[in-house]
Design a protein around this ligand. Structure first.
Ligand code: 6LW
Length: 504
């Protein structure tokens, strides 16, 4: 029996899509303004998942250099046909709707072709593309008709579909409207499946917050008409006390035991009213049962966290970046200088701060609700530090250089700093996320940041900051927490990285 861990993939990994190829499963998620973009995780048992590569590793595949915050890689669909992996996605506020291919899911992936509308002028105007092939080989892109460009920006046309020529990358018809759910806001994340001769159209609706859910309809053709299931929504945690909320945006697949599974996004909100999700949207999984009436039933998503993890990186021994490192609107390789020093990664400051859309920042997702990150840093030649980032308006950091250690919280337009004198160039910086002390018997926030530094082995506690300010609800962000080293001015050298956490 497969153990279904939940989260299936911890930390900022929303909008999962999964495909089975033989005895392997490949899963893709959204990355917005970060690169490398669109991670591909592989599993051979559905329990252990390994990051094997990314779709977007090169400049130009996504237009993330210039996307506004919240833009970039939104909601992939990954599929496999005749030995080729296909991935369709929206580069929101960037290039538009894109189609990537690869023969090896680890990469390299193609440059990404724009899926043009029938008149060829621009890409199909919508988000969350799905790719499916009819029995006669016709390729269909089914998508959410949220208009992201032009004078009708923000308008929602429901679930739409076009037949496409995947060689020419062009729609073969004007968009047709399909079934758009049961009336919840933002019908989106459509996926089409042929099961026992019937076509199922599964979608998310209700918005990606607490109202989120999954609904389904079926018909005899991939073009519909579709009849709604009697028991919609199939999944929603709304108005429940379940620890995993916002469940929706799912994809179906046959798992290792031959049973169907649904991978989907969710959050783990904490606090008295379960209001704040520190890590953002993560990937979860839940069993699917096909009922005698030919409709699927999807189980509620149950919490089953993996054991805690510890990551130790000594940059005098490790001379390359593993795939977990990400950067903002640029590649990690362009941020990290591995050649200037044999014992460290050097980050070259540009004067741009973390308030800038293009900070000199190299980070990894925060994967655990209770978490402690320590970096070894040498600031003899510059100013920089360790930060938790949601975006340029919401970040918390410990910084060293120019004779001072500064803890700082930037919460929208509010900034607070705590400083102590810096007495050494080589030190450790720490950011811990810990559960809050209960107040009146209830936790009053998601978690608390403890910002600290250690000089000559002596730990200096600088500040505690309420974690709710860096939650997906406060930041209204599609991403999640990313923790990393950054340089402001001059050169800073990062000698080690330790991250330890669990989800008890
Ligand atoms: C995704 C869409 C959504 O494309 O958020 O709110 C977008 N819903 O399904 C980004 O994850």
């Amino acid at each position: 029996m497969t153990t279904l861990y939940n989260p299936l993939i911890n930390g900022f990994h929303p909008d999962p899509s999964v495909v089975r190829v033989g005895e392997e499963w490949f899963l893709a998620t959204s990355t917005f303004e970060y690169l490398s973009g669109i991670p591909i995780h592989r599993s051979r048992d559905f329990e252990n998942w390994e990051l094997i590569g990314h779709v977007a590793t090169r400049p130009g595949q996504l237009a993330v250099e210039d996307v506004p915050t919240a833009g970039g890689a939104w909601a992939p669909t990954i599929r496999h046909r005749d030995g080729v992996f296909h991935l369709v996605i929206t580069d929101a506020m960037g290039r538009g709707m894109l189609h990537f291919t690869a023969t090896d899911a680890a990469g390299p992936w193609s440059d990404g072709d724009l899926v043009r509308a029938l008149d060829g002028s621009a890409s199909v105007n919508g988000i969350d593309p799905d790719l499916a092939w009819g029995a006669d080989g016709t390729a269909y892109i089914t998508y959410s008709g949220l208009i992201l460009e032009g004078e009708n920006l923000g308008q929602h046309l429901g679930i739409q579909q076009v037949r496409v020529d995947l060689d020419e990358h062009r729609a073969l018809e004007e968009p047709r409207s399909l079934w758009s759910g049961t009336g919840g806001q933002f019908p989106e994340a459509p996926h089409l499946y042929e099961v026992d001769g019937r076509w199922y159209l599964m979608i998310a609706e209700g918005g990606t917050e607490r109202g989120h859910g999954i609904s389904i309809a079926r018909g005899d053709s991939p073009e519909g008409p579709f009849e709604t299931a009697p028991q919609n929504p199939l999944v929603s945690a709304r108005s429940t006390i379940r620890p995993i909320q916002n469940t929706g945006h799912g994809d179906l697949v046959v798992g290792p035991d031959g049973d169907w599974l649904c991978v989907l996004l969710g959050v783990r909100p904490r606090s008295m009213t379960r209001a704040f999700s520190a890590l953002g949207r993560e990937t979860f999984v839940t069993p699917v049962r096909w009922e005698a009436n030919g409709w699927p039933a999807i189980d509620p998503v149950l919490l089953n966290p993996r054991p805690g993890t510890r990551v130790d990186i000594d940059f005098s021994a490790v001379r390359e970046l593993d795939g977990e490192w990400i950067a903002v609107r640029t590649t990690p390789a362009s941020v990290a200088d591995l050649s200037s020093r044999a014992d460290a990664i050097v980050l070259h400051g540009t004067g741009r701060t973390l308030d800038d859309p293009r900070p000199v920042f190299l980070g990894r997702r925060q994967e655990h609700l209770t978490n402690a990150v320590t970096i070894g840093i040498d600031v003899a030649a510059g100013v920089g530090g360790l930060a938790v980032r949601y975006d340029e308006r919401f970040h918390v950091e410990v910084e060293a250089g120019d004779g001072v250690i500064t803890a700082r919280a930037v919460i929208a337009d509010l900034v607070q700093e705590w400083t102590v004198p810096l007495t050494a160039d080589v030190l450790e910086l720490h950011i811990d996320s810990r559960p809050p002390a209960p107040s009146g018997g209830f936790p009053r926030t998601s978690d608390v940041f403890h910002l600290a530094a250690s000089v000559a082995g002596e730990r200096i506690e600088l500040a505690e900051v309420d974690g709710r300010f860096l939650s997906s609800e406060t930041t209204e962000s599609f991403t999640g927490r990313v923790i990393g080293a950054y340089a402001l001015r001059g050169d800073i050298a990062v000698t080690s990285w330790t991250a330890e956490g669990d989800d008890e």
